[in-house]
Write a protein that binds this ligand. Structure first.
Ligand code: THU
Length: 115
């Protein structure tokens, strides 16, 4: 979260992902003047894990935090990316009533798969 590049929203986000082999990778949001090119913290962490471990990545958990202390669950795009590597993953985030956890399929019913 401290490393976030968020000059536009000023909303710094950090994410940590846990692999099924017990490894942890972190990421932060990286914004862009062309707003739509922004990469969320969750996807940064997952893409970093793939870059370091290779394509067989399997996620068991994803956590997300922000520097405003406000409710923040993964966006729709990130849910789909989490589902790709962690169809049985548990997601930890700040919900409306504080710390919350949910199965990825609760956050993303009917996730898309090609295989
Ligand atoms: N953001 C994340 O990195 N993860 C989330 O779960 C929600 C939103 C980022 C994207 C953008 O840089 C900023 O937060 C405001 O939307």
């Amino acid at each position: 979260m401290k490393n976030a590049y968020a000059p536009y929203s000023k909303f710094r986000v950090g994410s940590a992902v846990l692999t099924t082999t017990g490894k942890v990778f972190v990421g932060c949001n990286v914004e862009n003047a062309s707003y739509g090119m922004t990469n969320c913290a969750e996807r940064t962490a997952i893409f970093s894990a793939v870059a370091q471990l290779g394509p067989k990545l399997e996620l068991s958990a994803v956590a997300v935090v922000n520097d405003h202390g406000v409710p923040c669950s993964p966006c729709g795009a990130c849910r789909q990316v989490i589902y790709e590597f962690g169809p049985d993953a548990t997601i930890f985030f700040q919900g409306a009533k504080g710390e919350q956890q949910a199965h990825i399929t609760q956050l993303l019913p009917e996730g898309f798969r090609l295989k």
